[in-house]
Each structure stands twice: as C-alpha cells, then as structure tokens.
Design a protein around this ligand. Structure first.
Ligand code: FES
Ligand code: FES
Length: 343
C-alpha cells in the first residue's frame, strides 16, 4: 500500500504493509530516528509524535492510519538552518535532556500543549507530559523548561568566562534536543542482518522443535538455545536465571524461543506455520498465592517453594519497640519486579 501524508510540513510517501507501526516507518524507512522506541507497546511515550497536531504514540499508530494526515516529529521543531525552537533552547538551558531518550517525546508532548494553551500552569504541563516516562531527570527540570517558555527565565544563561560552578549547557545537548543523538538502535549499519525473534504464545508450557533444516536453507541462521554458549541473563552475576532463548520450557507469554536471522524482508516473509514448534501448554503460576501453594509447580527448578530469597532482615526486640509505641499500624505491602532495561 502506498501512503501519502505530510511529514514535518512536506509531502511524504511510504510504501509497504499498512499495519506497519508509524514509529518503524519513520525510523527504519524514512530515516527519522529522532522518534525513539522504548517499549513498542504504548507504555513509555518515547515515540510520541504529533498526528494532526495531537500527541500519539507512534508505536501504536498503523502507517495506514496517517493517509492524508499531518505527522510532526522532533526533527521538525528546529528551523531549516538548525536554529533551535524556543522550547528546545529551554530544555538545553534547564538541563532537561539528560540521557535524552525521552527528550523527543517530551518535546512533542509539550509542543502540543503550548500550541493549545498559551500560558499553561505547572499542573497542565505535568498532565500534558504525563504519557512520557523519564528515568533520569525526576521531571522537575523538564516541567521547568516548559514553564520557562511562557514565563521569565528561571535561570541565568551562562556567561563567557564564568568560573567553576557556572551552569553550562551540556556539550551533547544540541544532539539530544534535536533528536540527532545516536543511540544503539539508531546506528544500524546498512548491511546489518536482522533478527526476528519467535516468541511463546503461552504463559507456561513445554515445546519441542521440529526439523529446522528447511528454514536453515532459506535463512542465514536459525538460532536456538543450543547456539547460546551461556544461555542466561539477569541483573546479578549469580542469578542468571532468564534464558536468552528458552530451552524446552517457557515461563511467560512472549518468551524468546527462536531467532531467525537474515535480510529484513526475508525474516519477515517467514509465516508462523513455517516455524516447526510443537507446544504443550500448561497452567501458569500467577501471583504470590498460587506460587506459594503447597502443590504449586516450580517456576524455576532450583528455587524450592518458588522463593528467590528467604530472610535477609535482622532486627532487635520488635515486640518491645511496639509495646513502647503510642500507636501501631499494620499492613501488607508488595512491590512489583522492576528491571531497569528499557534503554
Ligand atoms: S515506544 Fe511507543 S510508547 Fe513506548
Ligand atoms: S532524560 Fe529522560 S529518560 Fe533520560
């Protein structure tokens, strides 16, 4: 399908499957890598662009949906001569771009707000940017930067010859606020092969691989768990309990099972029914109660009772301390597992 639309004010066309994500079309085919992809699932907002002037997650918009419409990305904010927009200058002046991966999305979300509300409040700015996650700044600098575009500057610009302690714009700040900074996924060599990962459709189950020879004849490589020398990764060196490629058992929906390697079009042309995997689905173990039940199957064979850690807290005479308290409140608290791995 040929899709015609306006991209940063100029006519653009794109040809391919209409269900292709707008983020992928922008980055992989149109060369606009300023739009970042963190989650590819609508969670992080790094891919925020403007569609007919409204912020959207480019990873959730099919390219077929932009036919005849206007798309604006971070590359369209600065002038043709490279002069930064006021909003970009403000991000630089306030140190609002740190690692910079969220910066294009933040800028586009703020741009939408500033076009609609000439003097937004701090609360309105926080709401407008609420769909874009930042793991570096704590958000304060970003909100300050947007506020400063409509209020008197909150900080003094650095002066030439300023001494130790003077505020300076970061040396790579221009690249970050224009979307030109090159992150890992932005610098793919033109002749690089692509990996298409085949993932589990089951939350828990076992699988066997059939004859991979026909696929191997068509592709540069088909990788399985047997091809990964140390098939485990995780945060701690002694708890590498997550296989790179599953080995006969899957523990969550979406776990990587096979890697197909070749030219992009070639790996994408492989149909699901051409990948010989026989699945045996099993009931998943979901939640603490199910995992700690006496008859719960083990999620990891080397973790009895499905416990990763047991103990580890030392305390004194808690009963005596409670007895001396004016009031005692009790509660059960749980935290989610967080892996700091988006970038
Ligand atoms: S990449 Fe689109 S929301 Fe995260
Ligand atoms: S600057 Fe926001 S994620 Fe790093």
């Amino acid at each position: 399908m040929k899709v015609a639309f306006t991209l940063n004010g100029a006519a653009a066309t794109w040809t391919g499957p209409p269900v292709t994500r707008l983020a992928a079309a922008l980055r992989d085919d149109l060369g606009l890598t300023g739009t970042k992809v963190g989650c590819d699932a609508g969670d992080c907002g790094a891919c925020t662009v403007l569609l007919d002037g409204r912020q959207v997650c480019a990873c959730l918009v099919a390219i077929g949906q932009v036919e005849g419409r206007s798309v604006e990305t971070v590359e369209g904010l600065a002038g043709a001569d490279g002069t930064l927009a006021r909003l970009q200058k403000s991000f630089l002046a306030h140190g609002a771009a740190q690692c910079g991966i969220c910066t294009p999305g933040m800028l586009m979300a703020a741009e939408e707000l500033l076009r609609q509300v000439s003097r937004p409040s701090r609360g309105e700015i926080e709401d407008a940017l609420g769909g874009v996650l930042c793991r570096c700044t704590g958000y304060t600098k970003i909100v300050d930067a947007v506020l400063a575009t409509v209020e008197p500057p909150l900080m003094v610009a650095p002066s030439a010859g300023a001494a130790v302690g003077a505020r300076l714009p970061r040396v790579d700040g221009y690249a970050k606020v224009t979307g030109r900074d090159v992150f890992g996924a932005d610098g793919i060599p033109a002749d690089a092969l692509w990996i298409r990962v085949v993932r589990s459709p089951h939350a828990r189950g076992r699988f066997t691989l059939g004859d991979l020879a026909p696929l191997r004849r068509r592709l540069a490589a088909v990788l399985t768990a047997a091809d990964v020398p140390f098939n485990g990764f995780g945060i701690y060196p002694d708890i590498k309990d997550q296989p790179v490629l599953a080995d006969g058992i899957v523990r969550y929906r979406g776990e990587a099972v096979l890697a197909l390697v070749d030219e992009r079009a070639t790996v994408l042309s492989i149909r699901d029914d051409e990948v010989p995997i026989a699945w045996a689905s099993e009931p998943p173990v979901i939640g603490i109660d199910a995992a700690t039940a006496v008859d719960a199957p083990l999620v990891q064979a080397d973790k009895p009772k499905n416990l990763l850690l047991d103990g580890g807290v030392r305390h004194g005479d808690a009963a005596a301390a409670f007895a001396g308290c004016a009031a005692v409140a009790e509660g059960v608290f749980e935290t989610a597992f967080v892996e700091h791995a988006y970038h």
